[in-house]
Design a protein around this ligand. Structure first.
Ligand code: BES
Ligand code: ZN
Ligand code: ZN
Length: 508
């Protein structure tokens, strides 16, 4: 769904949405519910509702006055943002998600959110409008590619097409707002595309299909795409990626995407993603409960694809390289066995003592290749460890870096993007734990605990020491996060870290 900006002079929606704060100009009135936009008649109705405690403007509260017929608006939907002094861009994202979902349930022909003339303190108008576009656009994502539904489905689609979502300014719009909406729409589309890649099941999103979809999405964006097949992966010395793929009937792929929005002399930022299209665990097979979730094991790869698409389509002035190592991890007759030794692209040898710790083995090759390109920084994203889910849950993405400057950039980027990240420890002792007995490195640690740090310590061995590097373990945040974040799906891929990565890329 594309969210469009216009002026109230041009469009009079059937359903008008207004944000409401608690406090502010109306604070002397009962409960202080203050309408942030719209004619005076809206505030009168709102004050009456607040007096009766039907609606007070608390965050995530919504109240639709059907047939309100106020100033020519047939229906009016009030959406609460909470305490006026605590309104942030995230409040707007969440408010817009509530607005979108409630409006959809009310099936109005045209929907318009009335933008305030002035925003709560500290909020810049273009940022606010971008946040609203993000919240509504992300909330609009649904996955119905694989539903056969006949008439019902078609009707739903028709309704969706009919329903327009406008952001309406009281006066004339301006270029900076239009630009903000356009850029935010592209970001939303890139995130929703990454979610779609994640939500597709393993049989319909194999490594070959993932590569095709990435190439298809890149068409016309200026991104150059190269895809290596199994023979090329072997020839290039990617023994880790090849080794993990051996248990599967599906061929692996190594996807290279390049976008140059800055001078050729400028080093690129390199994003690397784990694209495990299905992780059964291999011979060290996983328990059956929830194993279907392992179709999401390519969400790091999808995040990296979404990031480069967003940057290229918004014509960001950066050079970016996105690398995705993609394979299945299956227990077929040629599968790795515990104890097998593989040789990564940089010549280091790996004892595969647990075939379920496969993400780090395929990333070893991708990080080696990334290092050869001598980028300004390497940032990887991977659903790497169950331990990360235990440590941080599904709100914060844990990341590891030993580079102070990069750490600051990550903190700033996540803050600007409105995502939650948390720094995790990586020290030499974690590296010692990963030393091999029969080969250079062991893919698991003999010491219990700190499983995510051990994964990071292993990955570090494949990154050139002079290149700033960060590893994002998105195992906890990549899916099923909508129970706390209203613009994310309750079930399904979240599209996490793309917003942060887009901001991060712009700092180089
Ligand atoms: N893809 C999994 C990690 C994972 C687990 C992601 C749960 C999301 C939810 C990864 O390949 C894996 O299986 N890691 C093992 C590593 C262990 C064997 C050292 C794990 O976390 O159990
Ligand atoms: Zn695994
Ligand atoms: Zn995995």
């Amino acid at each position: 769904m594309n969210i469009k900006l216009s002026s109230l002079q041009n469009i009079k929606p059937q359903l008008a949405i207004v944000f409401v704060s608690q406090g502010g100009a109306q604070k002397k009135k009962v409960n202080g519910a203050t309408s942030l936009a719209g004619p005076a008649s809206f505030q009168d109705r709102l004050s009456a509702l607040a007096e009766d405690k039907f609606f007070e403007g608390k965050s995530s509260e919504a109240y639709c006055v059907r047939d309100a017929n106020l100033d020519g608006f047939r229906h009016v939907l009030f959406v609460g943002l909470g305490d006026e002094k605590k309104i942030t861009l995230e409040s707007l994202r969440r408010g817009a998600a509530t607005a979108y979902k409630t409006a959809k349930a009310h099936k109005a022909a045209s929907v318009g959110l009335l933008l305030p003339n002035s925003w709560p303190k500290g909020l810049d108008a273009p940022d606010a409008v971008a946040a609203i576009t993000e919240g509504a656009g992300l909330a609009a994502y649904t996955f119905d590619t694989l539903k056969s539904k006949k008439t019902d489905g078609k009707d739903e689609k028709k309704d969706e097409k009919k329903q327009e979502f406008w952001l309406l300014t009281a006066g004339k719009g301006n270029k900076s707002l239009e630009n903000a909406v356009e850029q935010a729409n592209i970001l939303v589309e890139s995130i929703n595309f990454a979610r779609w890649l994640g939500d597709m099941p393993g049989n319909k999103m194999t490594p070959a299909i993932l590569a095709d979809e990435a190439a298809k999405a890149a068409k016309g964006t200026g991104i150059k795409v190269q895809v290596w097949d199994k023979a090329r992966i072997k020839k290039e010395g990617m023994g880790g990626l090849l080794g993990v793929s051996l248990g599967s009937a599906e061929e692996p792929r190594f996807i290279i995407m390049e976008y140059n929005g800055a001078a050729a002399s400028k080093k690129p930022v390199c994003f690397v993603g784990k694209g495990l299209t299905f992780d059964s665990g291999g011979i060290s097979i996983k328990p059956s409960a929830n194993m279907e979730e392992m179709k999401y094991d390519m969400c790091g790869g999808a995040a990296v694809i979404g990031t480069i698409l967003a940057l290229a389509r918004t014509k960001a002035k950066v050079n970016v390289l996105a690398l995705i190592a993609s394979t299945e991890n299956m227990p077929g007759p040629h599968a790795n066995k515990p104890g097998d030794v593989l040789t990564a692209r940089n010549g280091k040898t790996i004892e595969v003592n647990n075939t379920d710790a496969e993400g780090r083995v395929i990333l070893a090759d991708a990080l080696s290749y990334a290092s050869e390109q001598k980028p300004a920084a390497i940032i990887d994203a991977a659903t790497l460890t169950g331990a990360m889910v235990v440590a941080l849950g599904d709100l914060h993405t844990g990341y590891f870096t030993r580079d102070k400057k990069l750490n600051e950039k990550i903190q700033d980027a996540a803050e600007t993007a409105g995502e939650w990240v948390w720094p995790m420890p990586l020290v030499d002792e974690h590296v010692d734990d990963m030393k091999g007995v029969y080969a250079d490195w062991n893919n698991i640690s003999p010491n219990k605990g700190a499983g995510s740090a051990h994964g990071a310590a292993f990955l570090e061995q494949f990154v050139d020491k002079d290149i700033p590097w960060a590893h994002f373990d998105i195992a906890g945040t990549a899916w099923h996060t909508g129970h706390r974040i209203p613009y994310n799906p309750k079930k399904g891929a979240s599209g996490c870290v793309i917003r942060t990565f887009v901001e991060l890329a712009k700092t180089f």
